[in-house]
Design a protein around this ligand. Structure first.
Ligand code: ADP
Ligand code: MG
Length: 725
């Protein structure tokens, strides 16, 4: 399984079913009728009553019962200001807002809108606002009383994302200060008791709903390849059950979803050609396969919800866990559950968060099964043994707060004025050692002072919806006079994928990609892509020609605009620096650096290096191997790195991401001059320069280090005794 994920650059699946005639557009009447059938709709009045009488209500209901789409509409009858609904996933916020706008027969972005990071589709008249939990958390920084809202629904609270947990703690304090605000916590049928314990006066309202029994079928032996097994199982179901019974397959991520869709088609063609030799079109008439994952283009996502126009045709949806509780697709009769999902895991060995394929918990498994029993009895094929389910899976997924790095959250709390983060009311307190490590990290990059208070840098950083590394780069770019360049680089790093690598044209795509390489820096390579795109008047044709994803580039443009306005607000308060930073200087990059070589980018490189902390530094050992400076772990340069274009690999690098597959790959890498490391980010690690030709540098480093080290050690001792008690 790992091997498949090594290739991170895969094609964004333009659904083969793009313009399917067999999909039905629902009429307004259909939509209203469907709405009225939803359990949540039916208990609208009861819900209004209970919310009227209580400040906090915990509402539990089966997935698909209409919590997300109906509750805001119900509450808007009574609550006049703005209703905010938080979602753990961007895609859910967007998709559900679209649906609700449709149900209310208004244009999306007017009465109903959504806000996700870097994308705001609301106006001042918006009354129902879907957003990610991260967005609401950011809003609390601007207005810690949340005066704009009179009602907040924290949806999908059972997911227990980091942001949700912090918001819960935040509300614990806010509720007493704003007696008029209502908080509704909704949860699928799991983990709800936790919330009731946390808000002791909150009633727990259960939306009555009918579910049908689902038969779980386990494998007899552990499967060696869940992808293969899923395909086999799906073919088996398809050959043996009526065509109006749809199938939902749970995979872990975009890569294996795409892979499964392809393999399933191949397998079916093989089976059909032996079975129906004389009628090769039969397959087309019998089955529609849809991939479903969060980065799928919106249009393709919408298709998945539409009913087929024939009952003699089967829908197969291959999805990541977004279909587990966030988004409900109707008509599913069979579920195939691979038993894994991708989870952000803090790995203390490497000191970083990474997405890892992880076994799901029993609660997840039950939710997945549940998808098969919404309209009648169903079946769930679990691609694991019953004993795995009973004895190896956790009962519930460990909340994110207990398995991730907390730097961002702590920075947020500090900005909210929470001095003593160790006693913040967390619903499940994170391990103390994680808190302390994260505080230390914040101090080490200069966001906290020796007393544990936010520094000026820290205050500025909290303004950006970005991780601390990227914030720091942007802020440092002011002094290094390369803000334009860094705005582009940071924005390009904030979108998942830029390079397009279609299945049958890998070599061609790689060749095109290589044309943009600025040997020695993958960060600057990204800048180069952007500059050339801009020089070609932001053309979509140009993107197509060079295997660049146009949609991603447009997104980068949006992000640049938003980050620029935050930068402007920072620079405003600083006259000396504002002279250097000219926000209108947009067309100069190619002019300044028309020679795209490594050495001409000194300030930009320096600035990139300055952003990363000791956790993102690699040190070369031998000719082409790197190890982590922090802990000696071996690191591999990703094959797509532009660093291979240098004659010799540089002795030190900074990297943006660590990709855990069969090997530990570092991606988006830039060569780092050791002296910059000492100057900007090195604390207690040994940077050396063994190359005798660089004797002078080595001596400089030594001097700088000695000077710094003593002071640092004093500072660290002071921080430890003041800020971490
Ligand atoms: P819950 O939040 O309780 O899980 P939802 O409110 O999300 O339930 O879903 C209620 C119904 O609305 C389901 O039948 C679902 O299929 C439908 N629905 C939700 N989002 C969409 C969408 N984007 N397009 C079409 N139907 C949708
Ligand atoms: Mg929901």
């Amino acid at each position: 399984q790992n091997k498949r994920n090594e290739n991170t650059i895969s094609e964004p699946h333009a659904s083969k079913n793009e313009e399917q005639k067999e999909l039905i557009e629902e009429s307004y009447e259909d939509i209203q009728n469907k709405r009225k059938q939803l359990p949540a709709y039916k208990c609208g009045n009861e819900i209004l009553n209970i919310v009227r009488e209580n400040q906090v209500v915990v509402i539990v209901g089966e997935t698909g019962s209409g919590k997300t789409t109906q509750l805001p509409q119900i509450l808007s009858k009574e609550y006049g200001k703005k209703i905010g609904i938080t979602q753990p996933r961007r895609v859910a916020a967007l998709s559900v807002a679209t649906r609700v706008a449709q149900e209310m027969n208004v244009e999306l972005g007017t009465l109903v809108g959504y806000t996700i990071r870097f994308e705001d589709k609301t106006t001042k008249d918006t009354r129902i606002k879907y957003m990610t939990d991260g967005i609401l958390l950011r809003e609390t920084l601007k207005d810690s009383m949340l005066y704009e809202y009179d009602c907040i629904i924290m949806d999908e609270a059972h997911e227990r994302t980091l942001n949700t947990d912090v918001l819960l703690g935040f509300f614990k304090n806010l509720l007493a200060k704003r007696r008029d605000i209502k908080l509704i916590i909704t949860s699928a049928t799991m983990n709800a008791s936790k919330f009731v314990q946390f808000f002791p006066n909150a009633p727990n309202y259960i939306i009555p709903g009918r579910t049908f029994p689902v038969t779980n079928i386990y494998t007899r032996f552990p499967v060696s390849d869940y992808l293969e097994s899923a395909i086999q199982q799906c073919v088996k179901i398809h050959m043996s059950t009526p065509l109006n019974e749809d199938i939902l397959i749970f995979m872990t991520g975009q890569e294996d979803v795409e892979m499964a869709c392809g393999m399933l088609m191949e397998k079916l063609i093989a089976v059909y050609s032996s079975k129906y030799q004389e009628d090769p079109d039969k397959l087309q008439n019998e089955i529609c396969i849809f991939p479903f994952y969060s980065t799928l283009p919106q249009d393709s996502q919408k298709q998945v919800f539409k009913p087929l126009n024939s009952t003699n045709k089967r829908k197969v949806i291959v999805s990541t866990n977004i279909a587990e509780t966030s988004l409900t697709i109707d008509g599913i009769k069979h579920v195939i559950d691979c038993g894994y999902s991708k989870l952000k895991v803090y790995n203390p060995r490497i000191g970083l968060d990474s997405l890892q394929i992880t076994p799901i918990s029993q609660a997840n498994a039950q939710q997945r099964s549940g998808r098969a029993g919404r309209t009648g009895p169903g079946t769930c094929y679990r691609l694991y043994t019953e004993s795995t389910f009973l004895f190896e899976m956790y009962k519930e997924t460990i909340p994110e707060i207990q398995r991730t790095n907390l730097s961002n959250v702590l920075l947020m709390l500090k900005s909210l004025g929470v001095q003593d983060v160790l006693s913040f009311p967390f619903i499940d307190p994170p391990p103390k050692v994680t808190l302390m490590t994260s505080l230390y990290e914040l101090w080490s990059i200069g966001t906290l002072d020796n007393m544990g208070n936010l520094t000026k840098l820290g205050t500025q950083m909290a303004k950006f919806p970005l991780n601390p590394n990227l914030c720091k780069m942007l802020i440092n770019s002011i002094a290094l006079d390369c803000t334009e360049e860094l705005l582009i680089i940071v924005s390009m790093l904030s979108i998942p994928n830029i390079f397009y690598r279609p299945k049958n044209a890998e070599a061609e795509a790689d060749k095109e990609r290589a044309r943009f390489y600025v040997a020695g820096s993958d960060h600057i390579t990204l800048l180069n892509v952007y500059s050339q795109w801009r020089a070609n008047r932001y053309s979509s044709q140009w993107c197509k020609k060079h295997y660049i994803i146009y949609r991603s580039m447009q997104r980068a443009n949006d992000i640049i605009g938003q980050l620029r306005s935050i930068m402007d607000s920072i620079v405003k308060g600083n006259m000396r620096k504002s002279r250097r930073y000219n926000s209108n200087k947009t067309n100069t990059i190619l002019g300044i650096h028309d020679n795209n070589t490594f050495s001409s980018w000194k300030n930009v490189r320096k600035c990139i290096v300055s952003g990363y902390s000791y956790k993102n530094i690699g040190k070369r050992v031998g000719l082409n191997k790197y190890i982590s400076l922090q802990n000696g772990m071996p690191l591999q340069l990703h094959p797509t790195s532009s660093l291979f274009g240098l004659g010799d690999l540089p002795p030190y690098v900074v990297y943006h991401e660590l990709l855990l597959t069969t090997k530990e790959y570092i991606t988006v890498v830039t060569a780092a001059d050791p002296i910059w490391l000492v100057e900007y980010n090195l604390l207690f690690f040994n940077i050396s320069c063994t190359d005798s030709a660089q004797q002078e540098i080595a001596e400089n480093i030594q001097k700088l280090k000695e000077k710094k080290l003593k002071r640092l050690q004093d500072d660290k001792a002071m921080f430890n005794s003041n800020a971490i008690k």
